[in-house]
Design a protein around this ligand. Structure first.
Ligand code: HEM
Ligand SMILES: *[C@@H]1O[C@H](CO)[C@@H](O)[C@H](O)[C@H]1NC(C)=O
Ligand SMILES: *[C@@H]1O[C@H](CO)[C@@H](O)[C@H](O)[C@H]1NC(C)=O
Ligand SMILES: *[C@@H]1O[C@H](CO)[C@@H](O)[C@H](O)[C@H]1NC(C)=O
Ligand SMILES: *[C@@H]1O[C@H](CO)[C@@H](O)[C@H](O)[C@H]1NC(C)=O
Ligand SMILES: *[C@@H]1O[C@H](CO)[C@@H](O)[C@H](O)[C@H]1NC(C)=O
Ligand SMILES: *[C@@H]1O[C@H](CO)[C@@H](O)[C@H](O)[C@H]1NC(C)=O
Ligand SMILES: *[C@@H]1O[C@H](CO)[C@@H](O)[C@H](O)[C@H]1NC(C)=O
Length: 325
């Protein structure tokens, strides 16, 4: 199918489908009367940010994922720690790894100038994730809006909500199931690793200490393993490596890397341990638009994870103000 057909199908089919299927909370036209320029402002900003730093597209897209898996899509990932509570962003998995917070604050400030008191931080993350993905070559999808921000962010909740890089297939399935996403969603959303960078430490054991044996994972393509070891010496886990072999383009190469034993993290490689993962990777490689299309659908599903404790609207995405209206 040509890209334009997929594009057309994505917009019409999902708008019809989701109007029926989802609990009718989020809508694509949520800000049409209160802030009609919201989507345009966000897109212009994301274009500028990514033009200046391509890698930031990955950081921005990942924020929506880390937001939605903890307390639902409620902007909780953006909150700073308080005197009494360490925030999600300072949890071990996130601290020094999540990026782009300053850009979200910047976008929020623009939106507050244009339409004060209207657009939620969680909705900004959803719009930004779509625009960042499209900017690096993804197909667009309709972003459903109307999320309500939460008031708390708790670092201790992160470990039990987000998947670890060491997870196997069944652990990944279980983590996604907890937020209502199925195996297919998990396989497709893992394709988020088509862009951006990983610390070498994120796959240290596979390269240098497989199963505690001081060897390289024998399932890794040997030539690939050699070049990877040159880029990721064992004494420097803080260096960066592209998340796939074409990390500046959002494409299906993540899956062809997996099929040719050039995956990086345990959680990536784990997709190939299950027939569903293998089957999906083969399809994604045969018809790249199929993946680009399905990624949008899966992002809509992820963006529908309901906030467990919705609170209201925040002026500054990083703090709860004492008197909020
Ligand atoms: C399936 C389970 C997943 C696991 C275990 C996982 C884990 C990780 C880890 C460990 C990193 C590297 C962090 C670092 O080295 O600093 C990373 C990076 C990244 N992840 Fe995931 N992730 C998963 C799913 C996802 C999903 C669903 C998305 C988005 C839809 C996503 C998007 C990204 C992006 C874009 C990056 C690169 C970020 C950057 O360049 O700043 N990941 N992930
Ligand atoms: C939130 O924390 C960041 C980083 O520590 C800081 O730069 C920013 O000013 C804080 N935001 C607010 C509103 O306190
Ligand atoms: C947090 O701590 C700072 C410095 O100790 C203090 O000035 C501030 O009043 C505290 N904030 C709250 C809400 O307790
Ligand atoms: C998170 O990282 C910052 C900057 O590197 C550091 O100052 C802070 O102590 C870290 N937080 C935790 C909880 O480790
Ligand atoms: C989260 O998991 C990491 C890695 O296993 C561990 O080092 C850390 O202590 C855990 N944090 C909390 C708050 O449980
Ligand atoms: C995944 O890991 C869990 C926990 O270690 C284990 O119980 C399970 O059998 C593993 N699943 C697969 C498919 O290897
Ligand atoms: C691990 O292997 C390297 C050579 O590949 C060797 O230099 C090193 O001493 C070994 N470390 C341990 C703990 O066995
Ligand atoms: C691709 O990965 C490299 C590290 O190998 C990193 O420096 C670069 O910023 C990444 N590019 C993008 C667009 O994420």
């Amino acid at each position: 199918m040509a890209t334009s057909c997929y594009q057309w199908f994505l917009w019409t089919a999902t708008i019809l489908l989701i109007a029926v299927v989802s609990q009718g909370q989020l809508t694509t036209d949520f800000y049409d009367s209160t802030c009609p320029q919201a989507a345009t402002i966000v897109k212009q900003k994301v274009d500028e940010i990514v033009d200046a730093d391509k890698g930031m597209a990955a950081g921005l897209m990942r924020l929506h994922f880390h937001d939605c898996f903890v307390r639902g899509c409620d902007g909780s990932v953006l909150l700073n720690s308080t005197n009494t509570t360490l925030a999600e962003k300072e949890a071990l998995i996130n601290n020094g790894s999540l990026r782009g917070f300053e850009h979200i604050d910047d976008i929020k400030m623009d939106l507050e100038c244009s339409c004060p008191g209207v657009v939620s931080c969680a909705d900004i993350l959803a719009m930004v994730a779509r625009d960042a993905t499209v900017k690096l070559g993804g197909l667009s999808w309709p972003v459903f809006l109307g999320r309500i921000d939460g008031a708390s962010s708790v670092a201790d909740e992160v470990n039990s909500s987000l998947p670890f890089r060491t997870y196997n297939f069944s652990q990944l399935v279980a983590t996604f199931a907890k937020v209502g996403l199925d195996t297919k969603d998990m396989i497709v959303l893992s394709g988020g690793h088509s862009i951006g960078q990983l610390h070498c430490g994120a796959f240290f054991e596979r390269l240098w200490d497989f199963q505690g044996q001081n060897i390289t994972d024998p399932s890794m393509d040997p030539e690939f393993a050699e070049s990877l070891k040159a880029q990721c010496p064992r004494d420097n886990p803080l260096l960066f490596k592209g998340a796939d072999s074409t990390n500046a383009t959002f494409d299906a190469v993540y899956y062809s890397d997996l099929l040719t034993h050039k995956g990086l993290m345990d959680s990536d490689v784990a997709l190939m341990s299950d027939p569903l993962g293998v089957e999906y990777a083969i399809k994604a490689v045969q018809d790249p638009y199929y993946f680009l299309f399905e990624f949008g659908m899966a992002m809509i599903n992820m963006g529908n994870i309901p906030a467990s404790d919705p609170y209201g609207w925040r002026k500054n995405c990083a703090v709860i103000e004492p008197c909020n209206n």
